[in-house]
Design a protein around this ligand. Structure first.
Ligand SMILES: C[S@@+](CC[C@H](N)C(=O)[O-])C[C@H]1O[C@@H](n2cnc3c(N)ncnc32)[C@H](O)[C@@H]1O
Length: 268
């Protein structure tokens, strides 16, 4: 599925040089899909240094890279190679925008989002807050205006650096940026009053919610505060409702029907 966050014609495969090892692992995992291997071989044909970089940075994708080398790309015209390149870039546009934070800030769900959408879900006054998968800091910086301290965990280096630059530029004193995956957060048990997150939960609900719960204090809140995109959703996320989340709905400036979620954790 393409969100049309980028026009792939504006990019080249060089943006893969920004990608983390975990992202390369995700992108180069499907060594059974012949068409995908063919497209990737064509897309990378003009970038031998990039193939070397990928092999060095993520040695575990060796089988995929070996499969690419078996594709005969000499027979293709430049236009065909470029067509495969833009197809691959569009397919992996989420990773492309993570490499260009200024572009990410202009995508549908972020550009018109208002912090009021977060404030009506939770009173953050004097709270210790974690934003998981913080991206460019949409939620973390909104939370920082109310909370005592905010930790923004984010597994992409380009996005962490973007948030750190923003903190310096805006002289924000109560936000700390650090690495971290939702499945394995770098925090002690019972650390936070509130854990917020947007567009991150969903690959493995039980594992992710259990990790968010672990780092929350007893009676703490998990808040899933999504951005304001244009998608006209027909109902709340059943996986979250099934796991005890309350839901809230509003219409976004982009014309979408947006659901946000909240759950209070009880540990005793
Ligand atoms: C669609 S963006 C949302 C960014 C931000 N939460 C927002 O709503 O504006 C998803 C973010 O989650 C991060 N991410 C991807 N996989 C993750 C994981 N396993 N754990 C934590 N964050 C992850 C990405 O790097 C990216 O910044």
């Amino acid at each position: 599925m393409s969100y049309h966050w980028i026009n792939a014609q504006d990019y080249t495969m060089n943006c893969f040089l920004f990608f983390e090892r975990w992202a390369l692992r995700y992108i180069f995992k499907n060594s059974e899909n012949k068409e995908y291997i063919q497209d990737m071989a064509k897309a990378l044909y003009k970038y031998p240094y990039l193939k070397e970089f990928i092999r060095i940075k993520a040695p575990e994708v060796k089988d995929f890279m070996d499969a690419i080398e078996k594709v005969d790309c000499k027979k293709y015209f430049s236009e065909e190679l470029r067509e495969a390149e833009t197809k691959i870039l569009q397919m992996h546009e989420t990773f492309v925008v993570y490499a260009y934070p200024e572009i990410m800030n202009q995508v549908n769900y972020i550009r018109n989002w208002s912090p009021e959408n977060l404030y009506r879900l939770v009173d953050l006054t004097d709270k210790i807050v974690l934003d998981v998968g913080a991206g460019t800091g949409r939620l973390a910086f909104a939370a920082a205006k109310k909370a005592k301290r905010v930790y923004a965990s984010e597994p992409c280096d380009m996005l962490r650096e973007y948030m750190r630059d923003y903190i310096k530029q805006e002289k924000i004193a109560n936000v700390r940026v650090l690495d971290g995956f939702i499945e394995n957060l770098p925090f002690e048990d019972n650390t936070f009053d509130v854990v917020i997150s947007g567009h991150v939960i969903g690959d493995n609900y039980d594992k992710e919610i259990s990790e968010l719960t672990r780092v929350l204090k007893d009676q703490g809140l998990i808040v899933v505060c999504n951005g304001d995109d244009e998608f006209k959703r027909k109902g709340p996320n059943e996986e979250l409702v099934k796991r005890g989340f309350e839901w809230f709905v509003h219409e976004s400036i982009e014309g979408g029907i947006i659901y946000d979620y909240r759950k209070q954790v009880k540990k005793q």
